[in-house]
Design a binder for this molecule. Structure first.
Ligand SMILES: C[S@@+](CC[C@H](N)C(=O)[O-])C[C@H]1O[C@@H](n2cnc3c(N)ncnc32)[C@H](O)[C@@H]1O
Length: 333
C-alpha cells in the first residue's frame, strides 16, 4: 500500500516523530523506515515542516484486535453473552459458553484463534470430574490435541488437558509460596498435578528437596517430563496416594494441600508430617464457613499434638456466587 512519508535526517528523526504525534499527523498504520542518512516517517496528510515529502510503498503494521469480540460474528442480541474471561493454557483456550452461544462455537473459536497469537485450539469447558480432577473438554475449533506447554514465572509445564488437571489461575499462588520458601527447606506438594507449585518453588527458591505427589499416573508422567524440561535437580515425583506418601517423608518444613473440595480429609497427615514450619491449606468454601473451618483445623492439629497459628488468609478466586477458593497459611509450632 502507498503512503506519504517525510524524509528526515536521522539525527532529527525522533524529535520529528514526537512532533508529528502531537500534531496527530503520524500514520500509525505504517512502519517507520530508514536508510543510511534518513528516516522515512509515514504521515496521514500533506504537511510542510521543512522536509521533503514523498509518496511510496509502505510496510503496513500488522495489528491484532484487543479482544476476539472485535472479530466475532454472532447475532447482535447475543453479543452481551460472549465470555469476557477464559483460560489460556499454552496454545489452548478453555471457555464456558452460554447455551444460546453454543450453535456459534465454530465462529467464536475462529475469532479467538485469529485474535490471540499462539492459540491453535479452543475447547468448551464441561466441568471437572473424578479423583484426578480432569476437565471434560470438547474441542470446538482447531487442532484436536489438548497437549500443550504453558509458561508462567519462567517455568514451562507440558500438560495433556485430556488426561491431567491444570489451571493457570493458581499462578499467583505458586509465585507467592515460592517467595516464602527458605534455603534448605523440605517441601511436600501433596497434590502436585503436573507440577506448578513444585517447579516454581524449585526454580525460584533454594529448597533442599521438593516432594511432588499425585495419584494420577498421567500427571506424574508429565511432572517427570517437566522436571527434566526445567532442569531442576531437587524435585522428586511420587506416584501414590498422598496420605500414604506423606507419612514416609521425614523432616518436612512446608506442606501444600491443594485438593480444594476435600483438603480437610488430608490435613491430619499433613500437619503430622511437619515438625516446625508451614501448611498452606487450599479449600473451596462458603464465605460464611471460613471461621468455622479455621477452628476445625486448630482442633485437628491439637488432636495430632500440634499447635497452629493462622499466619495469613487469602481469597484466591471466586468459585460460585457464594463460594470462593481460599488459602490459609498455617504455621505449625
Ligand atoms: C486440584 S488438582 C491440583 C493440582 C495442582 N496443585 C495444580 O494446581 O495443577 C488435584 C490433584 O490431586 C490429585 N489427587 C487427587 N486425589 C489424590 C490423592 N489421594 N493422592 C494424590 N493425589 C491426588 C489429582 O490427580 C490432581 O492432579
Amino acid at each position: 500500500m502507498r503512503s506519504l512519508f517525510l524524509v528526515v535526517p536521522k539525527a532529527k528523526g525522533e524529535a520529528i516523530r514526537k512532533s508529528l504525534l502531537e500534531m496527530d499527523a503520524l500514520d500509525k498504520d505504517f512502519k517507520i523506515e530508514s536508510d543510511v542518512r534518513s528516516v522515512l516517517i509515514p504521515v496521514t496528510r500533506e504537511i510542510d515542516i521543512g522536509f521533503e515529502l514523498i509518496e511510496r510503498e509502505g510496510r503496513a503494521i500488522e495489528r491484532r484486535p484487543r479482544s476476539y469480540r472485535e472479530l466475532v460474528d454472532v447475532p447482535e442480541e447475543l453479543e452481551r453473552l460472549l465470555p469476557a474471561s477464559f483460560d489460556v493454557i499454552g496454545g489452548v483456550i478453555v471457555i464456558k459458553l452460554a447455551e444460546e452461544l453454543v450453535p456459534f462455537s465454530d465462529e467464536i473459536g475462529r475469532a479467538m484463534t485469529e485474535a490471540y497469537r499462539g492459540v491453535r485450539t479452543v475447547a468448551l469447558d464441561e466441568g471437572v470430574k473424578g479423583e484426578f480432577r480432569i476437565r471434560k473438554l470438547r474441542v470446538i475449533y482447531g487442532d484436536e490435541s489438548l497437549r500443550t506447554v504453558h509458561r508462567a514465572h519462567g517455568v514451562s509445564l507440558e500438560v495433556d488437558l485430556s488426561k491431567c488437571y491444570f489451571s493457570p489461575r493458581i499462578s499467583t499462588e505458586t509465585w507467592r509460596i515460592a517467595q516464602q520458601v527458605e534455603e534448605n527447606e523440605v517441601v511436600v506438594d501433596m497434590f502436585s498435578g503436573v507440577g506448578p507449585f513444585a517447579l516454581t518453588i524449585a526454580k525460584h527458591a533454594r529448597p533442599a528437596q521438593v516432594y511432588a505427589i499425585d495419584s494420577n499416573p498421567h500427571a506424574v508422567r508429565y511432572l517427570e517430563k517437566n522436571i527434566a524440561r526445567n532442569k531442576v535437580l531437587n524435585v522428586r515425583a511420587i506416584l501414590d496416594d498422598s496420605r500414604a506418601a506423606v507419612e514416609r517423608i521425614e523432616g518436612a518444613s512446608r506442606v501444600i494441600i491443594d485438593l480444594p473440595h476435600s483438603s480437610m480429609d488430608y490435613f491430619a497427615p499433613a500437619v503430622r508430617a511437619v515438625e516446625k514450619g508451614f501448611v498452606h491449606y487450599y479449600e473451596i468454601l462458603e464465605e460464611t464457613d471460613v471461621k468455622d473451618r479455621i477452628e476445625d483445623l486448630g482442633t485437628t492439629a491439637r488432636d495430632e499434638g500440634k499447635s497452629i497459628r493462622l499466619a495469613g488468609t487469602r481469597r484466591v478466586r471466586t468459585f460460585s456466587p457464594s463460594e470462593a477458593h481460599f488459602v490459609f497459611d498455617l504455621e505449625v509450632q
